[in-house]
Design a protein around this ligand. Structure first.
Ligand code: NAD
Ligand code: ZN
Length: 341
């Protein structure tokens, strides 16, 4: 089979021929139809410090996918050949306290496909049946291929009650934009999204009914005034990983405001803790998706009017993968989807 492999410990990915994976009794074999390129895949392509210490070489990369089950392991009885599916890319252990409590997304033994284990950028993927998420007919393969990052957006956005609340999202990357659409869908009052990249703010405004603010040029306080917000935002969703964005969020939150933090700051970043204490702010770190509660909720929302298709800005045949990665690396695109059919 064709597979996009981190074949050498240096920048790049290489299309190689690999044997089709053999499945274990509790696994299924999935024929991959569409995959999404993630920021994580860009780190692996670039072979940065994180990738060097995390990713074994050689490794089939990729974790955002949709496809169809073509083979069942001998112990799998609750799935069928021909079932269209996506799946949770975090492979969890069963022994930790959190796992045994049913909080699978908090398992410290988690291993990621396409990061620690063989991934989904291939014609076929072996995946534990437990991780498979069947797709209803209304969700096509390209949306199925971005459920992983949509799940990050949904997990973060649903961390706090947003009904009637004023929400500030910092970072209009694909995940921030999808979180904006989710915040709107669940009934937030004002949804303001910030970035320093105008292309991405323009994309955000096309995808969701939000107020885009370019913080390199515009003053957030003036935007709040124009929206007749008196005391600041109720909830912040941090989706940039940028220190200044977090500072700005703390400054612009109401007393007792809540922050769900998905963005990953580079290394140890200074935080004005006294400001957080005196404003009585709650901060929740968000990792991955809730397994499988986030999947359940996002599929239900997609079936009931949540529309994130506009966040997909580029589609490539898999043989044009280099162009797809170049598009992502340029930093102004939305999601880039590769077609393996
Ligand atoms: P992205 O890099 O595509 O988007 C981040 C955006 O933040 C960019 O558009 C950038 O221009 C913008 N930005 C930079 N400085 C800013 C500032 N001062 N104010 C506002 N915006 C600013 O990232 P993404 O793929 O959308 O992911 C969002 C974040 O979530 C990233 O930090 C990513 O690493 C992280 N992430 C975390 C998890 C997790 O499990 N915690 C999972 C996936 C992604
Ligand atoms: Zn991803």
């Amino acid at each position: 089979m064709k597979a996009l492999v981190k074949a050498k410990p240096e920048p790049g990915l290489w299309m190689e021929h690999r044997p089709v994976p053999e499945i274990k009794p509790d696994e299924v074999l999935i024929r991959i139809n569409k995959t999404g390129i993630c920021g994580t895949d860009i780190h692996i392509w670039n072979w940065d410090e994180w990738a060097q210490k995390t990713v074994p070489v050689p490794l089939v990369t990729g974790h955002e996918f949709a496809g169809e089950i073509v083979e069942l392991g001998s112990d799998v009885s609750d799935l069928e050949i021909g079932q269209r599916c996506s799946g949770e890319g975090h492979l969890i252990g069963k022994h930790s306290r959190q796992s045994r409590a049913g909080k699978f997304h908090l398992d410290p033994e988690t291993r990621g496909i396409g990061v620690n284990e063989q991934g989904a950028f291939a014609e076929y993927l072996a995946l534990p049946a437990f991780n498979v998420v069947p797709l209803p007919d209304e969700i096509d393969d390209e949306i199925g291929a971005i459920l992983d990052p949509l799940g990050n957006a949904v997990h973060t956005a649903l961390s706090f009650d947003l009904v009637g609340e004023d929400v500030l999202i910092t970072g209009a990357g694909p995940i921030g934009i999808m979180a904006a659409a989710v915040a709107r869908h669940v009934g937030a009052r004002h949804v303001v999204i910030t970035d320093v990249n105008q292309d991405r703010l323009d994309l955000a405004a096309r995808v969701a009914d939000v107020v885009p603010v370019n913080v390199a040029k515009q003053n957030l306080r003036e935007v709040e005034g124009a929206l007749k917000m008196k005391e600041g935002f109720d909830v912040g969703l941090e989706m940039s990983g940028n220190q200044q964005a977090l500072d700005q969020m703390v400054e612009n939150l109401v007393m007792g405001g809540r922050i769900a933090m998905l963005g990953i700051p580079p290394g140890k970043s200074p935080v004005d803790w006294s400001r957080i204490v005196f404003k009585a702010i709650t901060i929740k770190g968000v990792y991955g998706r809730e397994i499988f509660e986030t999947w359940y909720k996002m599929i239900a929302m997609l079936q009931n009017g949540l529309d994130v298709r506009g966040v997909i800005t580029h589609r490539f045949k898999v043989d044009e993968f280099a162009e797809g990665f170049q598009t992502m690396r340029a930093g102004s695109s939305g999601k880039v989807v590769l077609d393996w059919t």
